[in-house]
Design a protein around this ligand. Sequence first.
Ligand code: FMN
Length: 399
Amino acid sequence: MHPSETIRFAKGRELEGKLIVLGMTGSIAAVESFELVRELIRHGAEVQVVMTPEAQRLMTPEAMEFASGRPVITRLTGATEHVSLLGDYPGRADMLLVSPCTANTISKMALGIDDTPVTTMATLAIGTQTPILVAPAMHLAMYENAAVQRNVQALREMGIELVGPVLQGKKARVASVEEIVERVLARFSKGDLCGRRVLVIGGSSEEPLDSVRVVSNTGTGATAVEIARAARERGAEVELWAGRMSVPIPPGLAVRSFRTVEDLMGMVSEVDHDVVIVPASLSDYAPTKMDGKMPSGRGSVDLKLRPLPKVLPLLRPRTKVLVGFKAEVGVSPATLSKRAVSRLKEYGLDMIVANDLEDVGRASTKAVIITADGKKKKHEGTKRGLADAVLDEVVKVLG
Ligand SMILES: Cc1cc2nc3c(=O)[nH]c(=O)nc-3n(C[C@H](O)[C@H](O)[C@H](O)COP(=O)(O)O)c2cc1C
């Protein structure tokens, strides 16, 4: 078994059975393609790397063979690799991803010139209408060159999708591996949330104790991020309202921040989304805020906490589908379900996700999804898997 097989499906099975041809061209961002290949494999893809001669000067085919587990195509031979991979035959590749893509290769693709293994793959893929995703990388001045801009536009007009570049200083940098992989995943997703507006509210609220201290909780926002990411990949227009987050927020996501439960309540009047999902860790109680900083060295201090209003009932009239979360610690599954069902009924939720926080790890979770018709679905596995399972139920409710 090739070592690359040990990471297959480490992050999901969304690309299982998909063959992606990765065309690499002569940008120094070619070094980032090693990790790109690994991430695609972690989601289950087979990746066939094809390199231009210029790309081979910057990154070795041996390294890319190690990354992908397949010999790299560095020149076309009598085996007509381009035809078997992207020709009009059954079993051809599912996508051509060109990353990084130089100004030179963009322009040649736009003009139908093929004089490298990558541009020949592109000519075939355009002819067979195989999905193509291009990640440009170059100096800003090259990207702003009028001819290059015309050719970028020509690619768009041919139905070719572009990801990035990220304009930064004098560079038009290649999009991050994370963003490219997300776009690949979106291309193969079910698209069953296309045209839907989804709001995810996540992270922890923070209730100020004084000007520098807060009462908060250990929520990380990871579930919210996974749901936002999965909904976007399924075609939804997604907004994330984020409290304190301990995980990175995916690039390109529309984000608004809140700090306290009161902040969040002030934002509720703006909710007009088809779906609202609330995996947020919101405070049930808050202290009365002291001005300045509570003095130290005073011995023990009593905190008086006042109860805070619940946000879910305010959201109910503002959306078609409302999904709540109920977290408990160290209760039996039966008690957890009972409490979740009573919350679901009390607030008129369409669905509630119940979990015991003792079963929640950094990436994994154990939860039960309970829908308004009383059906229960258990989930044990990744947070991404839970996100998909929740969205499957959301799609059913939307009808
Ligand atoms: C170290 C180095 C880095 C380069 N980086 C880029 C780049 O980021 N973007 C770009 O368009 N060209 C870049 N070039 C120039 C291309 O390699 C050159 O245009 C080449 O002809 C591209 O060929 P290809 O598109 O067939 O790979 C770079 C060249 C070198 C030597």
